[in-house]
Design a binder for this molecule. Sequence first.
Ligand SMILES: Nc1ncnc2c1ncn2[C@@H]1O[C@H](COP(=O)(O)OP(=O)(O)OP(=O)(O)O)[C@@H](O)[C@H]1O
Length: 580
Amino acid sequence: MRRFGGLVRLAGYLRPYWRQALIAGIALIVAAGSVLGIGQGLRLVIDQGLASGTGATLDRALLVTAGVVLVLSVAAALRFYWVMWIGERVAADLRRDVFERLLELDPGFYLRNGVGEIQSRMTTDTALLQSVLGSTFSMALRNALLLAGTLIMLVVTQPALSALVIAGIPIVLAPMLIVGRRVRRLSRLSQDRIADVGSYAGETLGGIETVQAFVHEPVDRRVFGDRVEEAFAIAVRRIRQRAGLNAVALLLAFSGVAFVLWRGGSAVIAGAMSAGELSAFLFYAVLAAGAVGVLSEVAGELFRASGAAERLFELLDAEPAIQSPNHPITLPVPARGEVVLEAVAFRYPTRPEPPALTGVDLVVHAGETLALVGPSGAGKSTLISLLLRFHDPSSGRITLDGVDLRDADPAAVRQRMALVAQEPVLFTGTVADNIRFGNPSAERDRIVDAAKAANCQGFVDALPAGLDTDIGPGGVQLSGGQRQRIAIARAILRDPALLLLDEATSSLDAESEQQVQTALTRLMTHRTSVVIAHRLATVRNADRIAVLETGTVRAIGTHDQLMATDDLYAHLAALQFQAG
Ligand SMILES: Nc1ncnc2c1ncn2[C@@H]1O[C@H](COP(=O)(O)OP(=O)(O)OP(=O)(O)O)[C@@H](O)[C@H]1O
C-alpha cells in the first residue's frame, strides 16, 4: 500500500463527497454487474436460442440481453459522470489547499526552495492528478471490479477451469508490483525535472528584457534544451518500464485465455460442457484478461499520480516557520508604532555565515523618523524584513508597542505597518485595485483621497479610464515614478502606525522626483517611520539616523552630529546620497 501512499492520503479528500462517491459506487457495481449479465445472456442465446432451434426462444434471449445492455449504458453514463465529477472536485480542493498553504509559508521557505520550483509543482502536479483522478482512476476502479466479478462468475460456473485461471493471477501481478515501484520512483524524478524546466522558463521569461539586452538567448536555449532533454530521458525510462509491463501482462493474460480455450474445447468435445457454457466462460476469461491488461496500464498512471500527490502533500505538510502563538498577546491600542530591538542577531537560513545582523540595539520612538544608512550589504533590508517578521531573529528580541513580535499574531503586527519597497510591486488590475491593496475594505472616496495625497492625480487623470485604467501585469504600463506614487498611495490608504520605506535608488526626473518626495513627506508626518535612506533630503529631515556597517549599528545621531563624529557617515554623505 506504501506505493499508493500519496493516493491513500488523497482518499481523505473524498470524505465531504461521500454521497457522490456512493452514487458512483452503485453505478459502478450495476455497470459491472450488467457486463457480467451479458455473459449469461450469451449462454442463453447459444444454448437455448441457437441449440433449441426455435426463433421465439432466440428472441426472448436477445430481448433479455438487450435489457441488460440498456441498464449497462445508463449505469455507465452515471458512473462516468460522477467519478469524473469527484476527480475534478478533489483536484480543485487540493489546488486551493496547496495555494492557501503557500500563502502562509514564510519567506525563508521560499528562499530555501525557490519560488519557481514551488509554483510549477503546484501547476504540473495538480494537473497530473486532475487527469488521473478524472479518467484513469475511474478506469482502474471499473476494471478492478470487473476482474473481481468475472473471477467470481468463473469460479461459480466452472470451478475446475477457473482454478487454472486463478493460479495464473500471481504470475501476472508479480511483475506489475515490481515494475510499479520503479515507475513510481521515475515518475517522481520526472515530475521534479519538469518542475525544474518550469522554474527555469519562469525565471528567464520574467527577466526577458535583461535576457534580450545581453543577447543571452543562446545560453538560455542551450541550458533549457538540456533540461528538457533530461526530463525527456527520464520520461522515456519510465515509459519503457511501462511498455514492458504491458507486454508481459497482455502476453500472460491472453496465453491464459488460449490455454483455457484449449482445455474448455476438449471438455465440449468430450461432452462434459455445453457450447454456451464454454462461450460464457470464454467471455468472462477475455473480460478478466482485458481487465488485467487495463489495470497494468493504469497502474503505472496511478503510481505516477501517487508520486505527484506525495509532492503536493510535502507542500501541504510544510510548517510555516512564522506562526501565530496559540494565545497571541493583543497589541495595545492605540497603536504607536514604537519599535525596540534588543541584542538582535540574524543569520539567513541559506547562508548562516557571516551573520547578516549581530548585536543590534535600537529604539524607534513613537512618531519619529529614523533613517537607516550604510554601505551596500550592511543589513538595512534585513532589518526591515525582521520588523515585518518575515524571519525571526536568531537571538535577541524585537518589540512593537511593547509586545515581542514572537508573542503576537503576525497578521496583527503587519496590520500596523505599511511597506513601500524600493521597487514597488504592483499587480494585474486597475490603478484603484492597486491602491485598494493597502486596505481592501476602503471606500472609493478614500482611494481617491489617497491617490491625491500621493500626487497620483496628474497622471491618473491622463489615463484613458482614470483610476479604473488597467495597468497590465506588474504595472508594466506605468513609469517608475508613477509606480512609486501608487505604492505610496497604497501605504497612505493603509494609514499604518509604522511606515517602512526603502527609498528608491533609481533617479527620477526632477519634477517626478519632487512629486514623489512631497507625497512621501505627507505620508511620513505624524507616524513612526523607518526609512532606508538614499537621499540627502531624507537624512536631513529624519529625526535620527542609524549608521549600519557589516550587520551592526555603529553610530546613531542627527545629520549634523554624525557629520562631525562619524567618518563613515561623512564619507557616505559625500559620495552616496543623491541630492534632492
Ligand atoms: N536571502 C538571503 N540569503 C542569504 N544572505 C542574504 C540574503 N539576503 C541578504 N543576504 C546577506 O545579508 C547581508 C545584508 O543584506 P541586506 O540586503 O540587508 O543589505 P542592505 O544593507 O540592505 O544592502 P543594499 O543597500 O545593497 O540593499 C548581505 O551580506 C547579504 O549578502
